[in-house]
Write a protein of this length. Structure first.
Length: 253
């Protein structure tokens, strides 16, 4: 029997747990990042690395990885996972809009899973592009994934997907998207996060994720103004309950 308590285990569960629940199982884009990394022939920077879903995969394949995220808990967890697997990944805690690394010869910078849509509008996206341009070597590439959470369906007709579920140490964590709604120049995804303890106690909390509504042309226009060459876009197709994404590909002059 599941018992509901007032203690907010769902809210108290750390950033790492919910990042793994909501992002950790996604694999549809890995082939593209592997392809781009294989062609890069130099250091690779991941913006918004989280707990290392992509960075650890590429590092395990022999690529020199630098993993950056604004959340220190996620970066610490990535470092711990890298050490436990005997993989070398350099890490940095920084905002993708304002980072400063000693590296100025990055061959490839990537921003998977709609990281660029978390920048808080056009000025934030431009700041990300500028910071990346300062770290890329000439001919280095920047790849930015963009998704439409509504997949072209009007908000009132969109059906929320099934929950993301993860079991850990006897706990079962579930994150259910319960609404996808437009809000100004963004799309807000409301999630019901539930945690069931080994004893069967259920707790839940709401969380909202705000994604900028932006089309590839907007990114490409801003990038061209900063001196990037716009390359043909790439596509990650929908997989299971995950929406597809368009990957804007840019080259530093």
């Amino acid at each position: 029997m599941v018992r509901v308590t007032s203690r907010s285990a769902a809210a108290a569960a750390d950033t790492v747990v919910w990042h793994d629940v909501e992002c950790g199982a996604y694999e549809a884009d890995l082939d593209l990042w592997r392809e781009l990394a294989a062609a890069a022939r130099g250091p690779i920077l991941e913006l918004g690395c989280g707990t290392g879903r992509v960075a650890l995969d590429l590092a395990a394949r022999g690529h020199e990885m630098i993993a950056l995220d604004a959340d220190p808990e996620l970066v610490r967890e990535l470092g711990a996972r890298a050490r436990s697997r005997g993989i070398r990944v350099r890490t940095a805690v920084a905002d993708a809009r304002a980072f400063e690394l000693p590296d100025r010869e990055i061959a490839l910078a990537i921003a998977p899973m709609q990281v660029v849509q978390l920048m808080g509008g056009a000025s934030g996206r431009r700041d990300l592009l500028l910071r990346a341009s300062l770290h890329l070597r000439r001919g280095g590439r920047l790849a930015l994934a963009l998704a439409d959470p509504l997949e072209g369906v009007p908000a009132e007709g969109a059906s929320p997907p099934v929950p993301d579920v993860r079991e850990q140490d006897g706990w079962v964590f579930s994150s259910m998207p319960v609404a996808v709604r437009p809000e100004g120049d963004a799309i807000v995804i409301d999630r019901l996060r539930q945690a069931v303890s080994p004893a069967g106690t259920l707790d839940e909390a709401m969380a909202s994720i705000r994604l900028d509504s932006v089309v590839p042309e907007e990114i490409e226009t801003a990038a061209a103004e900063l001196g990037f060459e716009v390359l043909p876009r790439r596509r990650v197709e929908p997989a299971g309950d995950y929406v597809g994404s368009t990957v804007v590909l840019l080259e530093a002059a």
